[in-house]
Every structure is written in structure tokens, then in C-alpha cells.
Design a protein around this ligand. Structure first.
Ligand code: EAX
Length: 324
């Protein structure tokens, strides 16, 4: 008895008995931010739910990769199973999602979340499949705001001539070009060095990203332009997803729901507390900007989007009301 016990303890210490009789499948999930960010808490909720509901038959490893395009490619190829990414580079894989990246399309968080949870959002997730990806669930990044190192931004004239890093997203680039800024697309992984070296003057991101990535260390001015809602999406590898059996798939779907909830709760909390936090870290924050002037200055871009995208879909998105 005692000997058995000693062997057991030694075995546990060495980790050899930790391997269960049934095979354990390792799954990798990546995202571009810190563990305590709105992506980080979502990834942890996903991991905990998958591992709990499958009794540990699946183990989820969370890794950080600040290059979202690479993470999507790796998910497509299958060197990783899942990624949480902003829609920044997603339109280059699934062009239908670009409609969500149009500036001033969503009025507020209820509008954006409502549309993404509706048939409109579900239809867009289905468009990932023919592109070799699984759109598992819409998550979010938040409404984006301009920061820069040169001046307070209140009107479109203030961004004229500023070199602004944008995501690798043609809809966003067109918007900043139309405003007279110099849009410079690059991966998120290149952003901080580019700001440090002065390659660009500014960038734009939601409060949760500015907070999580300490962008206050490289940017002085923040203006709450809220010029565009930035969705995020949980993407899966098709071969992995389609292999999940009828017992396991619901566990992953539950996990995705838990991730969405954790993600949105954290975005809401950051929106509530983030501005005060960024001020305390030394940022100069302008809370009200001339939104109408920005919308007016974007008129030529809106014209182009209307030509590019399905007018009926745009209308359905704008008209969405709670309960519809
Ligand atoms: O997804 O590239 C960006 O600015 C994104 O907002 C960031 O990676 C979080």
C-alpha cells in the first residue's frame, strides 16, 4: 500500500501519471494582446470552458501573436486551431466582412452587438467557410479613437497631414486618405516601434487596446473620435472544426459564447474606466470632438462604400433596432 502510494506520488511529481487513458488533444488559440485585455479574458474563458466541458480531453494553450494576418494564415493552414483577431486584416481573406469596417456605421455598442448577434452577423460568419476558415463567433475590439504625438485632434483639419498607422484594411485606409491624413498600413506588431521611431505620428485604436498595450507611453494626445467600430472574430481551422464529434462541438460552441461574454464585459469596463486611467498615465484626452465635421469630410468615402457594398445590406445594418 505504502509502496504503491510512493510510486503514485513519484509518478505525479514526474508528471507521467497525468496522461489520461484517453488521448488528450492540444489546441492552440492566439491573440494579439496581454492576458488581462479584452482578448486575454476571452481566451481564458474559452480555455476554461473547453477543458471543463470536455473533462480535460482537450487542452487549450493560449499564445500571443501581435501579427494578426499571420495568425489568420496559421489558422487557415492548421498550424494552430483558433485565433481571436480584429477584422483589420480579415477583409483580405473574407471580403464580405469589409462592410463592418465602414466608419460611423454603428451608433453605439448596443447597435454593433445587436447586428453581429442577428442574422446579419450569422450570415457574415458563414462567408468564412468558402475562404478556408471557420467564423466561430463575433467578438469585439471597440470603437476606435485617434491618438497622436503632435496635437489635439478635434476637427478633420487636425488630422490633415498626420502620418497615421492604420490596420491593413482598405476601407479604413480610404477613410484616412479622404480626411487628408497619410494612412500607413502595418501589422499591429510593428506599431509601437513605428511610433517610437517617429515613422508615424499617430494611430487609432479602441480604449481597451490603448490601455492594454500602454500606448500612452508613445502617444500624448487621445481624441475620442469613435470614428469606426472595430469588430473582432474568433476564427477556427476548418479541418479541426469539422472533425469535432457531436459531443465535443457543443463544448467549443459553449466556450465561444463564454469568450464573447467575457470579451464584451471587459470592453464595457475599459470604456467606463479607461479614459481616467489613460489620463492618470499622462495622456491629454479630448472627450468631445466635432463628429459631424468628420462625417461630412468623409462624404466622398461614403459615396465609394455605397458603390462597393450591397446597398440593401447597408440599409439593414443602419436600420437595425433592439428587438429586431
Ligand atoms: O486587435 O491592429 C490593430 O490596431 C488592432 O486593433 C489590434 O491588433 C487589436
Amino acid at each position: 500500500m505504502r509502496l504503491t502510494r510512493r510510486i503514485l506520488m513519484a509518478g505525479l511529481a514526474a508528471g507521467v501519471l497525468a496522461a489520461p487513458a484517453a488521448a488528450q488533444t492540444n489546441v492552440t488559440l492566439t491573440h494579439a494582446l496581454a492576458a488581462n485585455s479584452h482578448y486575454g479574458v476571452a481566451a481564458i474563458a474559452f480555455k476554461e470552458t473547453v477543458e471543463r466541458l470536455t473533462n480535460g480531453r482537450y487542452r487549450v494553450t493560449i499564445q500571443r501573436n501581435d501579427n494578426e494576418r499571420e495568425a489568420i494564415e496559421a489558422t487557415q493552414i492548421g498550424t494552430q486551431e483558433f485565433t481571436i483577431t480584429s477584422t483589420g486584416p480579415v477583409g483580405n481573406f473574407v471580403p464580405d466582412t469589409l462592410v463592418l469596417d465602414i466608419p460611423f456605421l454603428f451608433r453605439d455598442y448596443d447597435h454593433a452587438r445587436g447586428v453581429l448577434d442577428s442574422a446579419i452577423g450569422q450570415d457574415l460568419l458563414a462567408k468564412f467557410t468558402p475562404r478556408g476558415l471557420i467564423g466561430v463567433a463575433w467578438m469585439e475590439n471597440g470603437f476606435r479613437n485617434v491618438t497622436n504625438s503632435r496635437r489635439e485632434v478635434n476637427t478633420p483639419a487636425d488630422v490633415q497631414g498626420l502620418k497615421i498607422r492604420t490596420m491593413e484594411n482598405p476601407v479604413h485606409m480610404r477613410a484616412f486618405q479622404t480626411l487628408g491624413a497619410l494612412p500607413t498600413p502595418m501589422a499591429f506588431s510593428e506599431l509601437v516601434p513605428a511610433l517610437q521611431q517617429g515613422t508615424v505620428d499617430g494611430q487609432e485604436n479602441p480604449i481597451p487596446v490603448i490601455v492594454a498595450n500602454n500606448l500612452n507611453q508613445v502617444q500624448r494626445y487621445l481624441s475620442l473620435t469613435r470614428h469606426v467600430y472595430s469588430p473582432a472574430v474568433l476564427i477556427g481551422n476548418p479541418a479541426f472544426w469539422n472533425r469535432l464529434n457531436a459531443a465535443d462541438k457543443p463544448a467549443f460552441q459553449e466556450a465561444a459564447k463564454a469568450a464573447v461574454q467575457a470579451n464584451r464585459d471587459k470592453v464595457s469596463a475599459d470604456e467606463r474606466d479607461g479614459v481616467a486611467l489613460l489620463r492618470s498615465r499622462g495622456m491629454t484626452v479630448r472627450e468631445t470632438v466635432d463628429t459631424a465635421a468628420f462625417q461630412a469630410a468623409l462624404a466622398p468615402a461614403f459615396e465609394q462604400y455605397r458603390r462597393q457594398f450591397d446597398a440593401a445590406l447597408l440599409q439593414r445594418i443602419s436600420d437595425w433596432k433592439p428587438g429586431s
